[in-house]
Design a protein around this ligand. Structure first.
Ligand code: FES
Ligand code: FE2
Length: 349
């Protein structure tokens, strides 16, 4: 069971072309393509005749023709042509979905169509801000969407899982420690926030290279979670040598209960000339290799363990405060929707 009346991110803008494209979202196959005005069309990915996936068909002008026996559907899902037949039964029409393209992503409303409110799409305005450059990445993950989100809500993992690349050198027992670790979380309306600052810490190789840092830095992470499952991260590295700023946003969309579409932008204020390091290609390569090399194998193996050690319960610690706060919020949302709270939402009151 998934949250309804939500905008789900279903694709990077760059993934949707005038060729039909299938993506399963919340257990439901969707068909996406661009019409002649370059607007994204989103329909059920099934032909009403005998359930063939329309994504195997052909876009003709603004419409899509089924590859099996040639039914044609318009942008609203209305069947407008049945070969060798004049009458079109009402039941031949299929569903369309409210869809919006914003901030480099495609968002589909899952719920009551008339209640779709574009103001509910997460605000990622920094992706279009002057002096910033966004890099977009998509990952398919063999793990539940909440496990993927929890990995982002718990940034303390960076000092261990990414100790040589993205983290800080504060993860070794009896090793050097930052002067200070501050961490707090708070709720604001439907959003959950956290602030974490490590003062005077040695950072790993990537931030060192990005900012040309020779000395220790102050590392600040300001995070915000919003439904259904977007994690915004505002990240700053600062010392007397330099200050650099990154907004990276992580959007987790359930494909099924145990698989996830993970969309990301990494929007930085350095290396944006296109020629100096890090170029967009450098950023893509670094982020792709860290996430697919470190994070995804970890969450996929957690998923396997949770399945095999059926019924085990986590032991939350101080660093998990944001996870706990978000899970409490999710539990309330599922309850309000009148459905039982899924097992991957662990309510720690
Ligand atoms: S299944 Fe599509 S036309 Fe027959
Ligand atoms: Fe990570």
């Amino acid at each position: 069971m998934f949250l309804t009346n939500q905008w789900y991110c279903v694709a990077l803008s760059s993934e949707v072309t005038d060729k039909p494209f299938r993506r399963i979202v919340c257990n439901e196959p969707l068909l996406l393509y661009r019409n002649t005005e370059s607007k994204v069309v989103t329909l059920e990915d099934r032909c009403s005749h005998r359930q063939a996936p329309l994504s195997t068909g052909e876009v003709i002008g603004n419409n899509i023709q089924c590859k099996y026996h040639g039914f044609v559907f318009d942008n609203g899902g209305r069947c407008i042509h049945i070969p060798h037949q004049n009458s079109i039964p009402e039941r031949a029409h299929i569903s369309s979905y409210p869809v919006q393209e914003k901030w480099g992503f495609v968002w589909v409303w899952k719920g009551v169509n008339a209640e779709a409110n574009i103001n509910q799409i997460p605000d990622l305005h920094w992706t279009e801000k002057k002096g910033r450059s966004p890099v977009y990445i998509y990952f398919h993950v063999k793990a539940n969407h909440q496990l993927v989100a929890d990995n982002l809500l718990d940034i303390s993992h960076a000092d261990y899982l990414h100790s040589d690349t993205l983290g800080s050198k504060s993860g070794v027992m009896n090793g050097p420690q930052p002067d200070r670790v501050e961490f707090r979380t708070w709720d604001e309306g439907n959003k959950v926030h956290s602030f974490r600052k490590l003062t005077n810490v040695e950072v790993a190789s990537f931030p060192k290279k990005w900012g040309g840092f020779k000395k220790n830095v102050d590392r600040t992470n300001i995070q915000m979670w919003e439904a259904p499952n977007t994690v915004h991260v505002h990240l700053e590295f600062e010392n007397t040598e330099n200050k650099i700023l990154i907004n990276h946003d992580h959007i987790m969309t359930p494909e099924t209960e145990t698989t996830t579409h993970y969309f990301m932008d990494f929007t930085r204020d350095f290396g944006i000339s296109g020629t100096e390091y890090p170029t967009d290609a450098d950023v893509y390569q670094e982020q792709y290799s860290v996430i697919s090399g470190d994070d995804l194998p970890m969450v996929e193996s957690q998923q396997e363990n949770i399945h095999l050690y059926n019924g085990v319960v986590d032991v939350p610690v101080k660093a998990d405060k944001l996870i706990s706060a978000v899970h409490r919020r999710l539990a309330d949302m599922y309850t309000k929707q009148g459905v039982s709270i899924p097992s991957y939402v662990l309510v720690q009151r």
